[in-house]
Ligand binder design. Structure first.
Ligand code: SF4
Length: 430
C-alpha cells in the first residue's frame, strides 16, 4: 500500500481527477473510536493479496473495521451537490457481475444484534461512551463478554416505537389484528409519549411507526401527530402503515410535506377482488388501486403483500403490477400474534436457535388506549401491561429489562404466555 488518501471534503463535480491511480480508499460510515487496528491491517492485506475492488466484512459490527475500495471502483463514483453520499450498496448491487468483491471473515458473527459501535447517531455515540468508560481499550474480541454480561451499556433506549393512534379501519380483516371498539388516542396522550421519549436524551436515533390494529390515516388528528413527531427531532425515520383505501388527496398532501422522513407502507394482501374480500372482510381494492395512481413519485411508498398460503401463486403478478411505478413491492412476513389470528403462514423461516429477541430489547408498542404490553406480540394487551398514565416510558423500558434476562435464561413462560411458541422474535424492526 503506497498511499491512502485522507477523507477530505470532496469537490462538487467529481472525485475522479483528484486522486492518483494507485490510491486505495478506506471508507468509514462514521467516526470509529474502536477501530480494531490489528484486524483492520489483516483486512487491508487480504484486499491487496487477492486484488479485490472492494473488501468489507458483513459479519463485524459497524465501527471496528473499514471498507477498502480500490481506485478502479472509486473512479466510477461521481459526486454532485454540497454533500457527498457514497451510496456503495446501490453501486455494488448494480455491478456485482463485474466487480471483484471480497468478504473478509472475523469471529464472531454478531449481526443478529443489529447494533453498531461508531458515532453514527446519538444512540451509538452514547453507547460508545458507555463502552469507553467501561474499557477504554475495547476491541472486537471484547464484544462477546459485552453481549453476555454488559447489556445495560447497550440497551440505553428503545429504537422502534410503534404507536396505535386509532383502532379504526374500514375493513374487517382475517389476516391482520382487528379490535371491535374504535379507540382514538388524543393529542395530550401523544404529546406525553414524545415528552417521555425525549427523556432518553438521544435525537434522531429512533424509528417511529404509526401502525397497530387500525389505520392511522383515519385519525382526524393524524396531521397533528405527524407534525409533532417531526418537530420533536427524535426520529430518524417515520413509518406509516395503512390499508390505502383512505389515501385521499388531502392525506397525500400532508405526507408530501414531510416526505424526507417518511416511509409509507400500504398493506395490500392480494390484487384479486374476490380474495381481497375474503381476507379483508370488505372489498375496497378498487378504491385502493385508484389511490395508488395518485401517489407522487416523491413519496417513499412500499406495497406489502404477505407471505400466506392464499397468495403464494400471486407473488410474481404482484411484483409485475408495480413494475412501471415509483411504488416498491415488498413481501411481508405473516404474523399471527401468537394465537390471535389463524396460522396462514406459507413457510416457516424461524431460525433453529431462539437466542435473542430484538423486539423485547428495543421495540415498544403503545396501544390507542395508552397501554404498553411487555411485548408487541401482545397487540391486544391481553397479558400484563403498563398504563402509560401511571408511568413514564423510561420507567417502563427499564422495568422490561428483566424479561430480557428471562429470555436469555429461556424462561419464556415468565415473559408472556405466547412467548414459548412465538415465531416472530427474529423479525427485525427499526
Ligand atoms: S419471543 Fe415473541 S413473544 Fe417472546 S418476547 Fe420475543 S417477540 Fe415477544
Amino acid at each position: 500500500m503506497e498511499k491512502i488518501s485522507p477523507p477530505l471534503k470532496l469537490p462538487e463535480d467529481s472525485v475522479v481527477h483528484y486522486y492518483d491511480p494507485n490510491d486505495t480508499f478506506l471508507y468509514f460510515e462514521s467516526f470509529a473510536p474502536f477501530l480494531d487496528i490489528e484486524e483492520s491491517l489483516k483486512l487491508i492485506k487480504e484486499h491487496f493479496e487477492i486484488l479485490a475492488d472492494y473488501t468489507y466484512c458483513d459479519i463485524a459490527v459497524a465501527g471496528f473495521l473499514p471498507i477498502v475500495i480500490d481506485w478502479n471502483l472509486a473512479k466510477r463514483i461521481y459526486i454532485t451537490g454540497d454533500e457527498y453520499k457514497w451510496n456503495w450498496s446501490e453501486l455494488l448491487l448494480k455491478n456485482t457481475q463485474t466487480l471483484n468483491l471480497n468478504i473478509y471473515y472475523v469471529d464472531n458473527d454478531y449481526r443478529k444484534y443489529r447494533l453498531r459501535f461508531d458515532l453514527f447517531n446519538e444512540r451509538y455515540q452514547k453507547i460508545c461512551k458507555n463502552l469507553y468508560n467501561f474499557n477504554n481499550k475495547f476491541k472486537y474480541s471484547d464484544l462477546e463478554e459485552c453481549f453476555i454480561y454488559q447489556w445495560k451499556l447497550l440497551r440505553i433506549a428503545p429504537s422502534f416505537i410503534e404507536v396505535e393512534i386509532t383502532t379504526q379501519m374500514n375493513v374487517h380483516p382475517l389476516i391482520y389484528p382487528y379490535k371491535e371498539n374504535y379507540v382514538m388516542m388524543n393529542r395530550d396522550q401523544f404529546i406525553k409519549i414524545l415528552d417521555d421519549l425525549n427523556e432518553f436524551g438521544i435525537r434522531k436515533s429512533m424509528h417511529l411507526s404509526f401502525a397497530g390494529a387500525g389505520d392511522p390515516l383515519l385519525h382526524q388528528d393524524f396531521g397533528f401527530f405527524l407534525e409533532a413527531s417531526i418537530k420533536s427531532g427524535l426520529f430518524e425515520v417515520i413509518y406509516i402503515e395503512t390499508f390505502g383505501d383512505n389515501l385521499t388527496e388531502d392525506k397525500v398532501k400532508i405526507l408530501e410535506k414531510y416526505n424526507d422522513y417518511l416511509i409509507l407502507i400500504i398493506k395490500i394482501p392480494t390484487l384479486s377482488e374476490s380474495l381481497y374480500e375474503e381476507l379483508m372482510g370488505k372489498n375496497v381494492l378498487g378504491q385502493i388501486k385508484e389511490n395508488l395512481k395518485k401517489i407522487p413519485e416523491t413519496l417513499k411508498v412500499y406495497a406489502e403483500i404477505l407471505r400466506i398460503k392464499q397468495v403464494e401463486e400471486e407473488l410474481d403478478l404482484f411484483f409485475d403490477f408495480f413494475k412501471n411505478t415509483s411504488i416498491q413491492p415488498i413481501i411481508g412476513k405473516y404474523n399471527s400474534y401468537g394465537d390471535l389470528l389463524p396460522d396462514f403462514r406459507a413457510i416457516d423461516l424461524e431460525p433453529f436457535e431462539k437466542d435473542y429477541c430484538r423486539n423485547l430489547m428495543f421495540s415498544l408498542f403503545i396501544t390507542s388506549d395508552f397501554r404498553v404490553p411487555i411485548c408487541r406480540q401482545d397487540i391486544a394487551c391481553k397479558f400484563s401491561n403498563f398504563f402509560l398514565k401511571e408511568y413514564t416510558i423510561k420507567q417502563i423500558y427499564e422495568n422490561l429489562y428483566k424479561y430480557h434476562i428471562n429470555f436469555i435464561n429461556k424462561k419464556y413462560d415468565e415473559i408472556i404466555p405466547i412467548c414459548s411458541v412465538c415465531k416472530d422474535w427474529y423479525v427485525f424492526l427499526g
